[in-house]
Each structure stands twice: as C-alpha cells, then as structure tokens.
Design a protein around this ligand. Sequence first.
Ligand SMILES: NC(=O)c1ccc[n+]([C@@H]2O[C@H](COP(=O)([O-])OP(=O)(O)OC[C@H]3O[C@@H](n4cnc5c(N)ncnc54)[C@H](OP(=O)(O)O)[C@@H]3O)[C@@H](O)[C@H]2O)c1
Length: 243
Amino acid sequence: MSEHSVGIIGFGRFGQYVAKCLKEHFIVVVTNRTDRRKEAKRIGVRYTDQKECAKQDIVILCLSISSIEEVLNDIAPFLKKGALVLDTCSVKEYPVAVMQKIVPQYCECIGTHPLFGPDTTKNGIGGKKIALCPIRTKRLGRVVSFLEKIGLETIVLAPEEHDRQMARSLALIHFFGNALSKIDIKSVDVATATHDRLKELVTIVENDSDQLFFDMHHYNRFTQEVRRKLIEELMSIDKRLSK
Ligand SMILES: NC(=O)c1ccc[n+]([C@@H]2O[C@H](COP(=O)([O-])OP(=O)(O)OC[C@H]3O[C@@H](n4cnc5c(N)ncnc54)[C@H](OP(=O)(O)O)[C@@H]3O)[C@@H](O)[C@H]2O)c1
C-alpha cells in the first residue's frame, strides 16, 4: 500500500469502479454531488466532502464530461502544491484543454482514458488498455509503472489522436449499440454466436448512462463525420438490397 492518498471526485458508475480498483493500493476518499455514502460504505472507502477530496496527493475526476470544467473551477483553490490531477473522460481534447487552463501551475496533471469499465472486466483488468495524455508532469514514468504493475497496457498519445481514434471505436460502438437497443435484438432465440456478441454489446451500451453517450459524441469533434459516413453506407446498402 502506497502512503499516497487518492481523492475520487464523482462517485457514479465509473468512480465506484475506480475506488474498488485502487483501494488496495492507496488510501482512498470519495465524494459525489448527490449523496452516495451507502455505496462508499459497501465498497469500503471513506466518504467525505469535495473540499477534502481535492486536498489529497492524487485527485481523480470521475465526472461526466460536461461537468468537468465547473467542478475543476470549484476545487482548484483547494488543490495542494505538487498534487497530481487526473481525469478519466472518454474524450480527451476537451478535458485536457480545461485542465491545462484551470489546474494551478503548482500541480501536475495527466489526461487519462481507461479503455475498460465494470462491464468489460468481469475477469479482471489484466491486459486492458489505458490511454494517457500527459499535460504537465514529471511523474509520467511512475504512473505508467504503476498501471503496468497492475496489469494494464498503457498508450501515451496526443488528445487529438485519441479523439480521432475514439470516433471510430468506442463512440461508434455506442452509436451503433444504441440503434440496436431500439430494434429489440435481445428476444431472438434462433441466432448464431455472433448474435450473442451483439446482444452483449447492447447490454454494455444500455448499462452506461445517457449522459455519457451524449457527451462522448458532443465533446469529440470527430464523431459527427464518422456517424455521417456510417449512415450513408447503411442507406447505400439498403438501396442496393431494395432493388
Ligand atoms: N462507465 C465506464 O465504463 C467508463 C469507462 C471509462 C471512462 N469513463 C468516464 O468516467 C466518467 C464518469 O462516467 P460514469 O459512467 O460514471 O457516468 P455516470 O454514472 O453518469 O456518472 C457521472 C458522474 O458525474 C457526476 N456529475 C454529473 N454532473 C455533475 C455536476 N454538474 N457537478 C458535479 N458532479 C456531476 C455525477 O454525479 P451525480 O451522481 O450526482 O449525478 C456522477 O458522479 C466519464 O467522464 C466517462 O467518460 C467511464
């Protein structure tokens, strides 16, 4: 167990998951906008207020993408000298720009996107990937060593490249999965193994919040173009099949 303390701000679906992953390695305290004391008790971490969370050695933001700027403005005065601030957003250009602007110069900051979540790690996090966009830090090597020690594969890249690739991976999967969830593919029994994987995709997409789906598209400038291309292709295939 490290002597460093971690403050998790945002104790929703992903914040609770991060707390479970980190509580064996750090002293973890958590907070949330609406009261989530019960969840903290169940997980076995201490629930406190936002101000105290912001005063820890490492501050991890597990907030909706759209709330990151507002919350960072609130906590900035309480961040201590030398603290490391990390976000976990599924887009990177926007939160990295916000952290660059608001996190005080006497703190370090790194943008992160864990490419996994509670639904995709039922068998543990070993081999899963995490994207890192260093903003202002001397500790990237130490962070990478820790993440690799717990079994993750790290990918260090620029925020723009992250968002460009995300538009064709996670954001596209959620777009597609949301459409599939509306046409009820789950009640079908006569199906192949590939269909089972599609059902799994629908379940994963349905478990994530609508806010996350919306933000993942709204705050990534590359998603609209990919959505448009997919729709055009689908329409063209439909036209060919309807002849
Ligand atoms: N879900 C995943 O598998 C996954 C994986 C990788 C990264 N992420 C990232 O993790 C972050 C959280 O995702 P999530 O799945 O946990 O979503 P979520 O369940 O919708 O949780 C959103 C969190 O943000 C808080 N929040 C929203 N608006 C706020 C505001 N105005 N002020 C203060 N707090 C506010 C919510 O507080 P309330 O509870 O009070 O609403 C909640 O704690 C996102 O940035 C997402 O991109 C998620």
